[in-house]
Design a protein around this ligand. Structure first.
Ligand code: BES
Ligand code: ZN
Length: 585
């Protein structure tokens, strides 16, 4: 017997899950889900180990109600609790009757005051990487895909949504039950749902956007290009197989920019910049419909297979929609964030590899821009070596070969060697995949607009020079300021361009980070108010880190976090907490 994933109790000698039938009641008063998870396996008559975290299990039975032996192990720090069930010899299914814990790591329960509408509570899930087990007991490894059907019962004045095809809605008394089906086998981290006062606006023949009523009109404008993105992606990668591509705008505490839940992408409201300048997040999540949701990473150690490919495709779509200048700027901003991530892993350089070793490491702690931007550069290096037409054909064959499968980095490398043998002559594949840091030969983004920004260095541009800069150009310029930046520079920038009032949060944070390190007083004020508005980790972490890095503002970081941590998602709060702990040491 052997574990198939360092982050799961699943064992390859045991039966494998194939299907989930899930029914749960959403209880906002107790902040729990109560229900039954009926799981189908490849065979019966054996023991099976499931992952769980914080669940209270009342009983395990066959679907017909015959009790089955089960045992919950001790709680382990990263994995959670093993739930061992003995399946009946004549039935390869079990029904777990259980309740989630009030601290379930995948769930965020919001009070009405924490929503845009202000009148109704809200609940949403975020299961990647290993949080599905806090909602449903299952083999929580992307190697073991499931189809599912689900029924959620919630207060009738709310709308429940799930990342699957809607079946029906029935109302009874104070509650409504909504049902869904996911007919394609998905990795468990793609289970997703939300419950709240939500409204939809049509975006195109296959898409609508869901949001709280005060946001829905803005959201529909921001994402109006979605159908063009879909068409472009299909041209590059083959048909979109998931049916609908809807989008859900979450409350501000959503800890990520986006999450590629099948048929229903989840997005942070911080992408509603009012000028479509952050639609790359939408292009990114759409791209995952192929890379990630069709061909999935086998474990969190192969996470770059999901994210590196997806950034690559995101930028191919943007090249058509916005042009190659925009892509060069995105790649340059990406390279800056990659260099920051590599510097941040000074004491843990093994986490700068594409293929990581994560036994004993929580995937949330290993999360960084490395799999995204180093993965992107690696694929660019391969594309440069064989030419775009050959690389595109390779991408399509890759997706055909691994559709609805999960693969390891080793399996990818074997496929690459067979399909593009000449790539290994031009590209030092072991250095990219298993080496630390960034190979010096990495492709460098270049464009005319980028060169103009680079030639400024740390000089403050004149208003003529910066006239017509897009938010992305500001982000790249601010990202190239020396650390720490000079106080005169950040003050002059703020005076001339009002950057501490920037509407695009990427620009705002790109300004606040050097401004905080330079001790700019207005930046401390703005950082504090912004930290109370959003919960996206991409913004929380650099701002808290910049505040905590200076002795003069360390206590601001601590007191801000004490005051606000209850508003953040548990994953985000844990991330900030460990960052502050390291800053104190
Ligand atoms: N799948 C990720 C988000 C994620 C990764 C959640 C790991 C939990 C664990 C999503 O596709 C993503 O990459 N989001 C980015 C968007 C960006 C690259 C455009 C984000 O949230 O910043
Ligand atoms: Zn992604």
């Amino acid at each position: 017997m052997a574990r198939i994933d360092p982050h799961s109790f699943a064992d390859d000698a045991q039966p494998r899950q194939t299907h989930l039938a899930w029914a749960a009641r959403v209880n906002f008063a107790t902040r729990t889900l109560e229900g039954t998870a009926e799981i189908h396996f490849s065979r019966g008559g054996a023991e099976v180990d499931l992952d769980s975290r914080g669940l209270s299990v009342q009983a395990v039975t066959t679907p017909a109600g015959k009790p089955l032996p089960f045992a919950l192990g001790p709680e382990e720090p990263i994995l959670g609790t093993r739930l061992r069930i003995t399946l009946a010899a004549d039935d390869p299914r079990c029904a777990v009757h259980y309740r989630t814990g009030p601290e379930a790591s995948a769930l965020q329960w919001l009070t009405p005051e924490q929503t845009a509408g202000g009148r109704h509570p809200f609940l949403y899930s975020q299961c990647q990487a290993i949080h599905a087990r806090s909602v449903v007991p299952l083999q929580d490894s992307p190697r073991l895909r499931i189809t599912y059907q689900a029924a959620l019962t919630a207060p009738r004045e709310l709308r429940a949504l799930m990342a699957a095809s809607a079946v029906d809605r029935t109302e009874s008394g104070a509650t409504a039950t909504e049902r869904w089906a996911m007919e394609h086998p998905i990795p468990p981290y793609l289970l997703a749902f939300a419950v709240g006062a939500l409204e939809a606006r049509e975006l195109g023949p296959r898409s609508c956007v869901w949001a709280e009523p005060p946001l829905v009109t803005r959201a529909a404008w921001e994402f109006a290009e979605v159908d063009r993105m879909l068409t472009q992606a299909e041209g590059l990668l083959g048909p979109y197989v998931w049916g609908r591509f809807d989008v859900l705008v979450l409350p501000p505490s959503f800890p990520y920019g986006g999450m590629e839940n099948p048929t229903l992408t989840f997005l942070t409201p911080t992408v509603l910049a009012g000028d479509r300048s952050l639609v790359n997040v939408l292009a990114h999540e759409l791209s995952h419909s192929w890379t990630g949701n069709l061909a999935s990473n086998a474990t969190a150690e192969d996470f770059w297979l999901n994210e590196g490919f997806t950034v690559f495709i995101e930028r191919r779509i943007l090249a058509v929609l916005e042009g190659t200048e925009s892509v060069a700027l995105h790649a340059a901003a990406g390279r800056q964030s990659l260099d920051d991530a590599v510097a941040g892993f000074r004491d843990r350089p093994a986490l700068t590899r594409l293929r990581t070793h994560l036994a004993g490491i929580d995937p949330d702690d290993a999360y960084s821009q490395v799999p995204y931007e180093k993965g992107y550069l690696f694929l660019r290096a391969l594309e440069d070596a064989v030419g775009t037409p050959r690389f595109d054909a390779f991408l399509r064959r890759y997706l055909q070969t691994f559709a609805f499968q999960s693969l390891t980095t080793a399996e990818f490398l074997a496929f690459l060697a067979a399909e593009l043998p000449e790539a290994s002559r031009a590209v030092d594949i072991p250095a990219w995949v298993d080496g630390e840091g960034i190979p010096p030969s990495a492709p460098r983004p270049a464009s005319a607009r980028l060169e103009r920004i680079r030639s400024l260095g740390a000089r403050v541009p004149s208003s003529a020079e910066a006239a017509g800069w897009t938010p992305l150009e500001w982000q790249v310029y601010l990202g190239q300021l020396p650390r720490p930046a000079s106080r005169e520079t950040v003050e002059a920038l703020d005076r001339a361009f009002r950057l501490s009032a920037a509407r695009n949060p990427d620009v705002l944070v790109a300004f606040l980070v050097p401004a905080l390190s330079a001790g700019h007083a207005a930046a401390v004020e703005r950082a504090q108010s912004f930290l109370a508005e959003v919960g996206r980790m991409k913004y929380l972490k650099p701002l808290y880190a910049a505040l905590a890095a200076r002795p003069e503002t360390r206590s601001v970081a601590e007191s801000c976090f004490e005051r606000l941590r209850g508003r953040y998602h548990v994953i985000a709060a844990a991330g900030v907490e460990s960052l502050l702990r390291r800053a104190r040491a």
